[in-house]
Design a protein around this ligand. Sequence first.
Ligand code: ACO
Length: 359
Amino acid sequence: MKSGLEDVVAAETVLSDVDGKNGRLIVRGVSLDDLVMTSRFEDVVALLFDGFLPSPPDLRAALGAARVATFGQLADAGALVDLPPVEGVRALLARLADGDDLPTALELVAAPAVFTAGLLRLKAGLAPIAPDPELSQAADTLRMLCGSTPSAEQVSALDRYLVTVADHGLNASTFAARVVASTQAGLTSSVLAALSALKGPLHGGAPGPVLDMLDGVGRPDNADAWISAALADGERLMGFGHRVYRVRDPRADALKGAVRMLAASGAIDPERLALAEAVEAAALKQLRQRKPDRALDTNVEFYTALLLEALGFPREAFTCVFAMGRVAGWVAHAREQAETGRLIRPMSVYVGPAAREAA
Ligand code: ACO
């Protein structure tokens, strides 16, 4: 019995391969390093859906239409603004039809962006902005959030983020999606289960706390002392460590590149970047000293935090932005699992009391 199912193989997939020893991520035969240079989010959705759902002639237009179709759900969403954004998005997603066809899949990929931007605006006392189906998903997301036309660098940074997180092997949320899909429930049910798994701080809920850590450290010259005190208190440093990667998470580098690009365009405060680099260096040094047998390196969440902060997302909504990208993988995995026709049903070891004899 392995309580975290580590090293347990529970699915065959053609979708992505996480090579933890060499720090590589392959998405349908393309390494992440190449994918971020050559593909936009819509290309990656098409790549992941290929063979599992019919291909629309123009996926960008179909996704734009799906954004428009889901926008109506925000009309009576005012009561949800007091919930944490991820819970508001989950409540709105639960209203979508539970189909297993392309229209359902596209609405599920479109919806987290539409609902997150709309709920954040409602929370700020502003009206949600209707989607523009002509735009890319990344450009429209930023426009629906801020109400103005984003810069090319901002669009490119969000697009790179969505591409980077779109799929990642059998992570906890994808596994949750596949368990639900194995029961032959619909795609919406799978995505709701996956989003609920993503919400936890050990999975997709880490980047908000990364910013809390940066705020706590305050100045680069305080990094060593702060990290040392946190580790002495037994705390986990958010944005470090990974179940599978035993070297640096390749997604951290892809996102560090996007953060540097934003910094060059003046969209990130250089002092914030310097603070993050000092915290990363101090954390890596001390984690190596304290856990020499355990390779604990920077994970995807660390630079995600800086990137999403610079793009204007509030930290409590970071998990929703993660879902905007990862939903593409969830849907593809759910279709792949459903095609096997096999119910996922593992065993447990009973460690409770023996049956009592009847008196
Ligand atoms: N900071 C400090 N210590 C850590 C960290 C960390 N970030 N990560 C692991 N450790 C320590 C553990 O305390 C443990 O020490 P122990 O053996 O003395 O008890 C040892 O390293 C091994 O820990 P495990 O829990 O076995 O590591 P695992 O590989 O299961 O955990 C996880 C992976 C949950 C991601 C962990 O590294 C963690 O909590 N990181 C911080 C949260 C985070 O950044 N999550 C996002 C992950 S990326 C993603 O899901 C998209």
